[in-house]
Design a protein around this ligand. Structure first.
Ligand SMILES: *[C@@H]1O[C@H](CO)[C@@H](O)[C@H](O)[C@H]1NC(C)=O
Ligand SMILES: *[C@@H]1O[C@H](CO)[C@@H](O)[C@H](O)[C@H]1NC(C)=O
Ligand SMILES: *[C@@H]1O[C@H](CO)[C@@H](O)[C@H](O)[C@H]1NC(C)=O
Length: 537
């Protein structure tokens, strides 16, 4: 019965979907930069909170369309709190006409993957006989109908998994990376999507790398690519990736890029836990976090301080959550993401690929969604990134509102006060207390005399108005990660803020500040974040 109903209903649904997606007013966004911020036409900050959606593998069809209708996927992206998608594409989709004009059906057939055709037919009947380029446009249009901004990311030249040193796609002049063809492809794509209102930016090339990479050619070709994209489509942000798999933009510190246009340039950076595998594996978590944050600041984070927008367009982890090293990295990274309040794109959306490196139905453990693209793989993780999905600072928020929030990256929650009984607990950052960190090192509720105080080992931290100059009420950030909030009680003892199993804020002995490589200090990791958000509380 259910099936019969489903099949007879489907054409009506897709008919209505077409009507709706054509008549529904779609937001028009044109983004610019203002110093380090990305802003809309009214000058208000728009924080890119994106997820990567892969469309550059062998079939050159956005992944997941055999599992779910594209509109359901778009709506799922919205429901997970994102406002944008970094959609990947292979260069040949724009430069090889015979590839671009293959239909979705033909593309799967030619790869010997005909088994996907009927499930694409079931879930997305309207695209099966569209050409690859039209199907790609349909995905962008559907994201737009769901008010999701799109960044088109030229991920690779030839369709397939990216990236290695020697895959011929790494740097200008490599086997599959002719700079002229690349510029032609970028121009085609920027032109084709001109006027598409949710198309806001173009990542010019993902993860430059390999034996040919060098700074001189970076300037030479990135400049050309940026000019080509801008003249083809002056509406979109031009987003440039660094060297060494986009982990290194340090060369920009002393030699800025010279372009004929302003207000559109954004830099992107990537980093994963495995990038610094040895550091995390062999080091103490606080020391490793200190080292890695220092590398990120020197190689990319400094751009924010120099007044450039930084789009952290790839980071992610195995969302089964059982890899200690990746978990440590994520906690460390989330503290930086909150502190610098940069734009970002998580790797990745999909729970599986049609085919990745020869494996059919490859399970993507970094994917937010499950293998069948129905549900979030790890809802806990979604909570952890939710605080980062809206801006803490920037044009459009009120500077006079400035306060600190106490962010806890392990949970993605913030320290707030509950009244009955009066307790400090972790809760949603939007309901955070507004704190101030004063010159005499008190953490006070903003505008009051109440300061955070130690009550004793293992006991809930308290708010007191007496004795804010006494022992147990001055707080310092200690350890290499600078994420333990510690207060001295008596001569030789310090307690650190911690969280108990009921999410109550307590004070404990400071955990594994250095040396110990086995212990996890992350329950004690807190980051003071400058915020000018309006708070609900
Ligand atoms: C263009 O794409 C077609 C279809 O995939 C392929 O057979 C052909 O080799 C490609 N041409 C070039 C020049 O890469
Ligand atoms: C995580 O768990 C899965 C299956 O439960 C296992 O295959 C994998 O090796 C584990 N990863 C780590 C790092 O322990
Ligand atoms: C999707 O996968 C989950 C678990 O992997 C399973 O419980 C669920 O039934 C699947 N849904 C469909 C529609 O196949």
């Amino acid at each position: 019965m259910g099936q019969l109903f489903f099949f007879s209903f489907l054409p009506l649904v897709s008919f209505l979907m077409i009507i709706f997606s054509q008549t529904k007013p779609v937001m028009a966004v044109s983004l610019n930069t203002n110093s380090r911020w990305i802003v809309n036409e009214d000058g208000q900050r728009v924080k890119l909170s994106c997820v990567n959606w892969v469309s550059h593998l062998a079939p050159v069809v956005a992944e997941g369309l055999s599992k779910q209708p594209m509109d359901a996927i778009s709506k799922r992206i919205v429901s997970m709190g994102f406002n944008c998608v970094r959609l990947t594409w292979p260069l040949s989709l724009a430069t090889n006409r015979s590839l671009a004009s293959l239909t979705v059906r033909q593309s799967f057939q030619s790869l010997g993957l005909s088994q996907y055709i009927s499930s694409i037919q079931d879930n997305n009947p309207s695209i099966v006989d569209l050409s690859l380029i039209k199907a790609f446009q349909a995905v962008v249009a559907n994201l737009g109908a769901n008010n999701l901004m799109v960044i088109l990311d030229n991920h690779i030249s030839e369709p397939g998994w990216c990236c290695s040193e020697t895959d011929g796609n790494g740097f200008f002049g490599d086997k599959y990376f002719n700079p002229d063809v690349w510029i032609d492809g970028l121009t085609q794509m920027a032109t084709m999507f001109k006027g598409v209102s949710n198309f806001v930016g173009m990542s010019l090339r993902n993860e430059l790398r390999g034996p040919r990479q060098n700074v001189n050619d970076w300037y030479r070709y990135m400049q050309k690519g940026a000019e080509a994209v801008h003249s083809a489509n002056p509406d979109v942000l031009v987003i440039l990736s660094g060297l060494s798999y986009d982990t290194d933009l340090s060369f920009l510190r002393n030699q800025p890029l010279s372009l004929t246009f302003t207000g559109k340039l954004v830099f992107e950076a990537h980093r994963y836990g495995f990038t610094d595998d040895k550091t995390w594996r062999n080091g103490n978590a606080n020391e490793a976090c200190g080292i890695v944050l220092d590398i990120i600041m020197r190689s990319a984070g400094f751009l924010v301080e120099q007044g450039w927008p930084l789009f952290f367009s790839e980071f992610g982890m195995d969302l089964r959550g059982n890899n200690t090293l990746l978990n440590r990295y994520m906690n460390c990274f989330l503290s930086l993401a909150a502190n610098l309040d940069f734009d970002w794109a998580l790797w990745t959306l999909g729970g599986s690929y049609y085919v990745k490196q020869g494996v059919i139905g490859f399970n993507e453990y970094y994917g937010l969604l499950t293998w069948n693209w129905t549900d979030p793989r790890n809802s806990n993780f979604l909570q952890r990134i939710s605080a980062l999905q809206s801006p803490f600072q920037g044009p459009g928020l009120s500077e006079s509102n400035e306060h600190q929030i106490i962010f806890h990256p392990l949970t993605g929650l913030c320290v707030l006060k509950e009244s009955m009984p009066e307790l400090l607990k972790l809760g949603p950052c939007n309901s955070s207390e507004a704190w101030s960190y004063t010159a005499n090192k008190n953490l006070s509720l903003k505008g009051t005399n109440f300061c955070l105080q130690v009550d004793g080992l293992g006991k809930p931290a308290k708010l007191g108005s007496d004795d804010c100059t006494g022992s147990g009420s001055q707080w310092e950030t200690i350890s290499d990660s600078k994420m333990h909030l510690s207060s001295e009680v008596g001569n030789a003892t310090s307690f650190c803020l911690d969280v108990d199993s009921d999410r109550i804020i307590v004070t404990n002995i400071c955990k594994c500040l250095s040396k110990d490589t086995t212990c996890d200090p992350e329950s004690q990791w807190f980051k003071l974040i400058k915020s000018t958000r309006n708070l609900n509380s």
